[in-house]
Design a protein around this ligand. Sequence first.
Ligand code: ATP
Length: 347
Amino acid sequence: MAYLQLQGIEKYFGAHRAIKGIDLSIEKGEFIVFVGPSGCGKSTLLRLIAGLEHIDDGRLVLDGKDITHAPSSKRDLAMVFQSYALYPHMSVYENMSFALKLAKVDPKVIDEKVHNAARILDLTPYLHRTPKELSGGQRQRVAIGRAIVRSPKVFLFDEPLSNLDAALRGQTRVEIAKLHRDLGATTIYVTHDQVEAMTLADRVVVLRDGVIEQVGTPLELYDKPANQFVAQFIGTPQMNVVALSQAPESVLAQAPEGARGGAVGLRPEHVRVRGAGSTPVVARVDLVEALGAETLIYASTPLGAQFVARQNERTALQAGQAVSLDIDVAHAHWFDTAGRVVPPATH
Ligand code: ATP
């Protein structure tokens, strides 16, 4: 049986059904990321697991025990918030030891656990400082340390990096990945950032409007999205999705019957920009983004379809120049009118 099981979980806020019958099985040691646009219900789902919100229907089972209505303190879970939620007047040491002290754990054991967590998180030199004497990244590590000392069955993270600047976010992301590797702890992590989701997760859960759109490994979601929503949510820049009515003739010719009236999706790495006249797909450059290691070229066809192409080589192309597009139709994703994936035609 799975370590943590969500069975038909429902949550209403008044008449608003925020979580709509979620089923999910999480294995011991897995790093699961909930991702989705603002308002999709990812924080609510995490708070339901944490016991910070009441579950209106369904069951939550952890390690064989029904915890659907257990109080938060009895769930054996530890949550790390975006806001850190540290006690400002307490030192790092006191912040990290507080929950264990309340639980009347032997002071010797507490000391050992706090020093161990501090060592793992590089916080040993700061144990006697108060939170205001720390940087944002260090504060977030204290919040993580406070969770570690409790040795919970599951770690819950609610957008823990969103208060940090881009460089620190990248660095802390690597630290969290390493921490998970070292501790092997079951983790559920909420973010709206699909790059965080892709880099941290064993499995990603994509949510929209309170339902799960797809669950899979990062590359499963990237290579085999179940629908147009997931296809466009995962990957930067976004997958090109073009209505078949605007698709170039060579693409249209490969479209399966079921995609009639729908759309075609192509990852930016599956579109190459060539010199004018090299392929039948005529286009004009709209914009070139030179990012250093890669270059993004936005180009539109006469039918009004815009494609972004990603390449490693730099380019001298400029906006307004005529080009042609080399489209790798073998890698196309086909969508029906409802945005569901349609298998490719077999020729
Ligand atoms: P974000 O990325 O913006 O934090 P989210 O995916 O975490 O979004 P939730 O915070 O889980 O979304 O909210 C899901 C839905 O439930 C939203 O429509 C939100 O307005 C609503 N909601 C959340 N908390 C409450 C509440 N306490 N009372 C009423 N409605 C709420």
